[in-house]
Design a protein around this ligand. Structure first.
Ligand SMILES: Cc1ncc(COP(=O)(O)O)c(C=O)c1O
Length: 389
């Protein structure tokens, strides 16, 4: 049941797409998406409509609404993927976590060499498993040995600093050698950035972060422009068991309805907070605050080409005077939870050394939420200045 009339032709904005891109997939007259919990689906009662597994691929739905078993797809996943595809400008396949999505990407490309730089430690952990299982060689970014069939993995902006790396440069380097480019764009979702504009082959998000936005679900996404790649990813997902559960899919779909307004608010808030902290460093107003990292402070030309409309990622990092200050500051803040992760409506701060063994011991990562920016600034100011008393 649907009131939709081909909304893909209407040239809708992101805000409208995330509310309506799945209207035509509604199975019932409910205005909000129902939560379906079944793992299995009644076959057609008409014997002439039944196909054997030799005649069709049970892992990929033949047409919308043709469900068999929830490891392949479900009504909620189908609607979710319609919305996420519209938001991320390609064919989106949703997984049970960001790392399940990354695992699926490495299984799909199965490169002999993976060119990988700085970024989320969990992706490096997945890469180590592939190296153990299939001798996949890991090489630096821009290693001259990158070749045909290999994969370059770029994360931008990078976790935990929030600094951007040049996508056009990476694509030129990799494609000229016959390698593919996968971008983990978790730190800058739309409308901040569209990596496909720079010719990348696949985009990945930990949907646990900005797509989910409420710190209450785990999910991941791979996005491709290529219909054949989409089909193979769906087939693999059906076999590897990486599909998200019904409840998480429903939560994520519900989150997507407010996606643009959340991300824009978080982005503007973060840039306002960064401006305050950066000028405090320049004017030596906060003695324990030493350094700040964020894409908005980068001066290279590519940064403002990648991050559009003056919107930068809502997560950034600071360095403070000592390990003691880094460990103590979170407990002196009232509006920031001391917790890992990012992307939720509530602001978080993390002494990053607790989860990432490779970062500086004086680094704190901040994920800015949808609270009032001035309230967040006042809280950070009182917390940071409390060490000067
Ligand atoms: C940049 C980045 N990629 C991937 C992941 C993994 O996502 P998930 O925790 O959903 O598996 C994270 C998690 O923090 C991340 O920050």
């Amino acid at each position: 049941m649907s009131h939709s009339t081909g909304i893909s032709d209407l040239g809708l904005d992101l805000a409208s797409l995330t509310v309506h891109a799945d209207d035509n997939l509604a199975l019932v007259s409910d205005v909000t998406t129902p939560l379906h919990v079944s793992t299995t689906y009644h076959y057609n009662d008409d014997p002439s409509k039944l196909k054997s597994a030799r005649e069709h691929d049970i892992r990929v739905a033949d047409k919308p609404g043709s469900f068999i078993y929830s490891r392949f797809s479900t009504p909620v996943i189908e609607r979710l993927e319609a919305v996420v595809s519209a938001a991320l400008n390609g064919h989106a396949i949703v997984y049970s976590s960001g790392l399940a999505a990354y695992t699926a990407a490495l299984a799909h490309y199965h490169p002999k060499k993976l060119s990988i730089g700085d970024g989320y430690h969990g992706c490096h952990g997945v890469a180590r498993i592939f190296t153990r299982l299939s001798n996949m060689e890991q090489i630096e970014l821009y290693d001259e040995n990158l070749g045909e069939g290999d994969l370059m993995h770029i994360e931008t902006p990078i976790n935990p600093t929030g600094l951007s790396v040049d996508l056009a440069k990476a694509v030129e380097f990799a494609h000229s050698r016959g390698a593919k480019v996968l971008v983990d764009a978790t730190f800058a979702p739309p409308p901040l950035q569209d990596p496909f504009e720079f010719g990348v082959d696949m985009v990945m998000h930990s949907a646990t972060k900005y797509l989910g936005g409420h710190s209450d679900l785990l999910a991941g996404v791979l996005v491709t422009k290529d219909d054949d790649v989409r089909m193979r990813l769906l087939q693999d997902r059906g076999m590897l068991g990486g599909a998200p559960g019904n409840f998480e899919s429903w939560l994520l779909l519900r989150s997507m309805r407010t996606f643009k307004m959340r991300v824009e608010t978080q982005s503007r808030n973060a840039t306002t907070v960064v401006q305050f902290l950066n000028s405090a460093i320049k004017n030596s107003e906060i003695p324990v605050l030493k350094t700040i990292y964020h894409s908005s402070l980068q001066t290279e030309d590519f940064v403002r080409k990648q991050l559009k409309n003056g919107l930068f990622g809502p997560t950034f990092s600071i360095e403070v005077e000592s390990i003691e200050v880094a460990k103590t500051l979170p407990s002196r803040l009232k509006l920031f939870h001391h917790a890992t992760s990012l992307g939720g409506v509530e602001s978080l701060i993390e002494w990053r050394a607790m989860t990432d063994e490779h970062v500086s011991q004086t680094l704190l990562r901040l994920s800015i939420g949808v609270e009032d920016a001035d309230d967040l600034i006042a809280d950070l100011k009182q917390g940071l200045l409390s060490f000067s008393k």
